[in-house]
Design a protein around this ligand. Structure first.
Ligand code: F6R
Length: 330
């Protein structure tokens, strides 16, 4: 499974080779990204990049079978599902088509690929046969590709070429940092808390999902400054004292750094161990990808230290066997 993460450079290269393949006409009112789990992360990342770059279009993320009522025919909807079969994503896709939205599909296979091809919708297929969560860069870049090709550029092709070089140069460092984080968590086996500052809440969520799925542990996320208005009080009298903190910090953000320094005083005051992950990269995309790579590899390494198979997600499979009886029963 480590190889899937180490293959992110090839994913970027494949995405670059498809640049310009798909476009949509006109200027939408809003960009919507729907998807669940590892595929749903694409929407989070798109939202974060757009909101830190003053992108001219609003971006909405939908991780549900329900499409919010305010989404309509003027909107551009990206439907992301690695397998192409996730029921929640299929239901949101059908509803978007029913409402007359422009719909683009990003998938590797399955119902969504077949249906998009039959309907002649723009559809980008990504590498087949890996774990959905590890296909994050190729799925994200597919969306950035369509936006750029359609004259709605959020990230240019040039920036993606730079990202490729950055990742190539950073792979060794990311790997070593991941091993250190895995060993730290394994030696301090409290409930893992991933603490960060805005706009990196999406990275904390991504990290949570990675440690959930690969290492099979529950994780809490703490995000400042909102943390200082609720979680901080919860830290006054927790039921258990066994917590292990991993901080994610953008060292080029002085306010973010000071916020997390303040969080650390509370954690250390409670006697919890703390480790920092300092994000590398020159822009938000590079920082998100670097952080995701370290967290992904660390969660796989932690699974190895625990003697657990990182790839298997038994309880997700169990849910997917019955999800139609939960969502589609009248
Ligand atoms: C598994 C994983 C899951 C899936 C989710 C949705 O690797 O990451 O979180 O992404 O169950 O499935 P897909 O991505 O196929 O739509």
């Amino acid at each position: 499974m480590e190889d899937y993460y180490l293959g992110w450079i090839e994913q970027i290269e494949r995405a670059l080779s498809k640049w310009g393949c798909c476009r949509v006409e006109g200027r939408p009112r809003m960009v919507v990204v729907t998807g669940m789990g590892g595929s749903g992360c694409v929407g989070d990342y798109l939202y974060t990049i757009a909101s830190t770059r003053d992108y001219g279009l609003p971006v909405t993320v939908v991780k549900s079978h329900r499409l919010p009522g305010f989404i309509g025919s003027g909107d551009l909807v990206f439907t992301i599902s690695y397998s192409g079969n996730t029921l929640e994503t299929r239901l949101a896709y059908m509803e978007a088509l029913r409402r007359g939205c422009r719909v683009v599909v990003v998938t590797s296979n399955g119902y969504l690929e077949r249906d998009a091809r039959e309907k002649g919708l723009p559809c980008i297929t990504v590498v087949k046969g890996i774990a959905p969560r590890t296909a994050l860069p190729e799925m994200l870049l597919a969306v950035l590709n369509v936006l750029d090709t359609s004259g709605l550029t959020l990230v240019s092709r040039k920036e993606i070429e730079k990202l490729r070089k950055f990742l190539k140069d950073s792979m060794g460092r990311a790997y070593n940092e991941a091993v250190e984080i895995a060993e730290y968590i394994h030696e301090n086996p409290g409930v893992l808390v991933i603490a960060t500052h805005t706009p990196y809440e999406v990275l904390a969520i991504r990290g949570k999902n990675e440690f959930n799925e690969n290492s099979k542990i529950p994780v809490k996320t703490d995000v400042a400054p909102e943390w200082a208005h609720n979680d901080i009080v919860g830290w006054e009298k927790p039921y258990t004292r066994e917590w292990t903190v991993l901080e994610i910090i953008d060292p080029s953000d002085p306010v973010g750094t000071r916020l997390v320094d303040f969080m650390e005083e509370i954690y250390r005051g409670n006697g919890y161990p703390v480790k920092k992950l300092l994000l590398k990269g020159e822009n938000i995309l590079e920082k998100l990808v670097y952080g995701s790579l370290v967290l992904g590899l660390a969660s796989v390494k932690l699974a190895r230290l625990r003697g657990i198979d990182p790839l298997e997600t038994r309880n997700i499979a169990r849910y997917k066997e019955v999800v139609h009886t939960i969502l589609e029963k009248p």
